[in-house]
Design a protein. Structure first.
Length: 91
């Protein structure tokens, strides 16, 4: 199954990691991470993914882990992926 992954640098302290798997033009799974760099350390502050079989958004805190989870039930994976990475059109 073809997969793609890349990074989108937003600034020198923030970037997005995009990974997804496709088959026959359909997205099977994906993860999109918003990463921040502070004092030489990386932290993941938001994550869109398809774990648990349904696309969702996790907002993460440095100290408390998962802050909120937003489920996208009955929303196509490509729609959620475009929401997570609206500037990219190569998937």
């Amino acid at each position: 199954m073809p997969s793609k992954d890349y990074r989108i640098w937003l600034s020198d302290k923030a970037y997005i990691v995009v990974e997804f798997v496709m088959m026959r033009g359909q997205i099977l799974s994906f993860v999109v991470l918003l990463m921040l760099l502070e004092d030489g350390k990386e932290s993941n502050v938001a994550r869109y993914d398809t774990a648990h079989g349904t696309p969702h958004l996790d907002r993460l805190g440095k100290r408390h882990g998962l802050l909120t989870k937003t489920w996208y039930i009955n929303v196509r994976m490509d729609v959620v992926l475009r929401r997570a990475v609206p500037l990219q059109g190569d998937y």
